[in-house]
Design a protein around this ligand. Structure first.
Ligand code: PEP
Length: 253
């Protein structure tokens, strides 16, 4: 059975104190709601990782993740963070290839390939993001682009390694816009991603990989999205900053 996942991408939000309070409240509410079957991940700014990893250390289905990493072990890369540093804070995941990083920080597929490899080497699970901007969707070339993003940054991995990756399909036009993909659009793309994986690896491998949807996912639309056969959960931006919304999302399967 594939893992059901709700991963919160805090982006550049929350001071240290605010972040800790948010997680403490989420843990309390998740306990009250008896959420056990869904993996909840807090992808926080680097400053929160150590403390929040300690708070979630004894809770099997709650984990932490970073939002980026560098591919080198160490060195003169001012402002960057290595996978071993992230791992040493207790994190289990790292978001890679988010559209904001591709767009504002010119992240390329060559860099992403190296980041994916580095993350796996350090036993960090990459949450690898792919997604098309609006003009590509309107030109009806989104399927080609997503296939290319997956092939270019993930297909260097062997079968054993690819099963350790989580994929997030995030149409760029839906991120932070309040505009969600329809369930049909989401399912179509998730099924396409799984088919692409099955074609390159094999059916069992593709079936074992969790594919998350991201883009204005909220409690009011999550149930329908998560009911789709190839949608295994969500990568959540805005709604991950609110305790009730985030935990309601984890309760939407
Ligand atoms: C995201 O940034 O990954 C995201 C899905 O954001 P939002 O939920 O705010 O659209």
């Amino acid at each position: 059975m594939r893992k059901k996942i709700i991963a919160g991408n805090w982006k550049m939000h929350k001071t240290y104190k605010e972040g800790i309070a948010l997680v403490e409240d989420c843990i309390k509410l998740a306990e009250k709601e008896k959420i056990k079957e869904v993996e909840i991940i807090f992808c926080t700014p680097f400053i929160h990782l150590r403390k929040i990893s300690k708070l979630t250390d004894n809770i099997k289905h709650i984990n932490t993740g970073a939002q980026n990493c560098h591919w080198e072990e160490q060195g003169a890369f001012t402002g960057e963070i290595s996978c071993s540093m992230i791992k040493s804070c207790g994190a289990a995941y790292v978001i890679l290839g988010h559209s904001e990083r591709r767009q504002y920080f010119n992240e390329t597929h060559e860099q992403l390939t190296k980041k994916v490899t580095a993350a796996l080497k350090h036993d960090l699970t990459p949450i690898f993001c792919c997604g098309e901007p609006l003009e590509i969707r309107e030109a009806n070339t989104h399927i080609e682009l997503i296939g290319k993003q997956i092939r270019e940054s993930l297909f260097h991995l062997d079968k054993e390694m690819i099963t350790k990756v989580v994929i997030a399909y995030e149409p760029v036009w839906a991120i932070g816009t309040g505009k969600t993909a329809t369930t049909e659009q989401a399912q179509e793309m998730h099924a396409f991603i799984r088919k692409t994986l099955a074609h390159h690896y094999d059916f069992e491998t593709a079936e074992s990989i969790s594919i998350l949807y991201g883009g204005s996912c909220k409690p009011s639309n999550a149930k329908e999205l998560f009911s789709q056969p190839d949608v295994d959960g969500g990568l959540i931006g805005g709604a991950a900053l609110q305790v009730e919304d985030f935990i309601a999302l984890a309760n939407s399967f």
